[in-house]
Design a protein around this ligand. Structure first.
Ligand SMILES: *Cc1c(COP(=O)(O)O)cnc(C)c1O
Length: 304
């Protein structure tokens, strides 16, 4: 059910004694089979608000592999909203069946509107939104990636009382909504470290708009060339991690973050005795799509 089970478990990731630190992973990927991880958190209060205001339709934006699109489609189906996905790239029109994320969303009943990459850049302007209203009628608008005030309120529920024992909270960063919620629910004595999945951006500014405390930092060396870019080293890290700890990691977000955390541990970034909590923000639905891309390039695949 939506809006139930909201405390995910912290799984210990056993490191060799010499590492000198303890590492746990908060399994937010386990919250819901399709509305996974932080996308559940970000949608929760938006859906409650949409219901309260009597909306029947949700409209949102995303790319063809977007976890957010999959989550909105699944959540809409579950609680009885019509869903519309405005998708970047008009070359995808009629090719949903070739794409795991879009076929899933379609099965959930999502209706698509494909727009060119150029038009996609103007997606938030009033005239464009008005044209969407003319086309689809009244809808509750959820921004791309799902970040708004209500999304951050949802992400403020990720940490609980038991998590105050950690010195560091580490998470992947896309739009910065999730880390903002984590900062707001962390203790001032905790450090929140964000690992951007994108190369260069205005993230600092965006996070500062929402964050109520200064106990955070972005660590930008682990984006692997940019959003959704991956290499053999990352794929083998993810595969090794899964075989050692029985935890699947997505290649766009949590895989890069955990790669970064392991690298920092190796470089003694964390003082001896530190307790570190990584947040598994989910995103596992994207593995199939990524594997199709890897296969077409003749590269090794992510184990599923
Ligand atoms: C969307 C997403 C993120 C990024 O979250 P933001 O709130 O946009 O920073 C991180 N991890 C996963 C798995 C995601 O799907």
């Amino acid at each position: 059910m939506m809006f139930r089970l909201e405390n995910s478990v912290n799984q210990q990731i056993k490191l060799p004694h010499e590492a000198g630190v303890e590492l746990f992973l908060k399994r937010e990927d386990g919250i819901h089979p399709y509305v996974s991880g932080n996308k559940y958190r970000k949608l929760k209060y938006n859906l409650i608000e949409a219901q309260k205001e009597g909306f029947e339709t949700l409209l949102t934006f995303g790319g063809a592999y977007s976890n957010h699109i999959a989550a909105v489609a699944a959540a809409g189906k579950q609680i009885g909203f019509k869903t519309i996905g405005v998708i970047r790239g008009d070359e995808l029109l009629g090719k949903e069946y070739e794409n795991a994320t879009l076929s899933f969303a379609k099965q959930c009943g999502m209706q698509f509107k494909y727009i060119s990459r150029e038009d996609y850049r103007n997606k938030t302007n009033d005239l464009f939104i008005e044209s969407l209203q003319n086309e689809f009628g009244r809808f509750y608008l959820i921004p791309e990636g799902g970040t708004n005030d209500l999304a951050i309120k949802g992400c403020e529920e990720i940490l609980n009382q038991d998590d105050t024992c950690f010195d560091y909270i580490c998470c992947s960063v896309g739009t910065g909504g999730t880390i903002s919620g984590l900062i707001n629910c962390s203790k001032p004595s905790q450090q929140v470290l964000g690992f951007p999945a994108l190369k260069g951006s205005f993230l600092h500014e965006d996070i500062s708009k929402f964050a109520t405390k200064p106990n955070w930092k972005l660590i930008s060396g682990y984006h692997f060339g940019g959003y959704a870019k991956i290499n053999e080293e990352l794929v083998s890290f993810i595969n090794e991690f899964k075989s050692l700890y029985k935890v699947p990691l997505d290649p766009v977000y949590t895989g890069k973050m955990m790669f970064g955390v392991f690298d920092l541990i190796e470089k003694n970034y964390f003082p001896k005795g530190s307790r570190i909590l990584g947040i598994h923000t989910g995103g596992l639905q994207g593995i199939t799509g990524m594997n199709n891309v890897l296969k077409s390039k003749g590269l090794s695949l992510i184990d599923i």
